[in-house]
Design a protein around this ligand. Sequence first.
Ligand SMILES: [Zn+2]
Length: 334
Amino acid sequence: MKFGYRERCLDHDTGTRHPETADRLRAIRRGLARRYGVVYEEGDLADRAALEAVHDPDYVAAVEEFCADGGGTWDADTVAVEDTWEAARASAGLACWAVEAALDGADGRETPFSIGRPPGHHAESDEAMGFCFFNNAAVAVQHAIDDGAIDRAVVFDWDVHHGNGTQEIFYDRDDVLYASIHERGLFPGTGEILETGGPNARKTTLNVPFPGGSGDVEFTAAVDDLLDPAVERFDPDLFVVSAGFDAHRNDPISRMRVSTEGFGHLTTRVREIAGRHDAPLAFVLEGGYGLDALADSVGMVHEVFDGREPVDPDGEVTSKARRVIADVRDAHDL
Ligand SMILES: [Zn+2]
């Protein structure tokens, strides 16, 4: 794969007790150093216009000022230093790079994956939260739409948390399908099945709030039984994965049970679905806080594009997860 990375993203210093640290990117890069065919690119810092296309200009200015004043605690989870302003713009810029590269034809072994931080999917149009300042995936998708490069995009978010920010930004839009699998009851508490989009959207928000303990078979079933038909109906020109790896069984902050091989399997499925629609495919890093699990999982995604065929997950979908899938299917007429 082609990975988007900038040293600048390490400068967002969250302190020693925070799960979202620069060590995450260092771990990913150490893992990738052992693998063949890894290429890095830098992208540009996202400019103000790109940020303001999805964020309130007053909010963008407030983040800039907060950082210029030395940063501090925005909320209990979300902290900044002076360098966070540039790191956050670098992270959003890397997501834009990934989408542009995909739209320029980077696929197969060249498929782009931006590994920026801070992450983005909790950032709303006018609020930072959950370690996120700018919604990297949303900025990138909106940029492609505003450029006239695409009309319709899917954002598939397999991070264990609900991407409330991405949902909020696109909630009343029929040109972006936001689909999320997340652990019910975790931060930020949004992402109910019946949150399906605003009056102008056509059920273009699809939430799969699984119970803790769900793993490879449940995630695969959600992709096959819900995401696949929803994407079929939507017919996107672009497919972005908000790729967090905190649903991994060895991640310290969730109770989900997805394996490294399971992330490989999900990657295979996503690749098939995007391919069927000729939708360019780009990955944007979100969370993932077990350093080994994170590095192994990103390495696995890379290997899938390098020809590895992960084994199919084995086992039965739990009855609780089956009920969630049935309810989502009902809510979306799938
Ligand atoms: Zn997360």
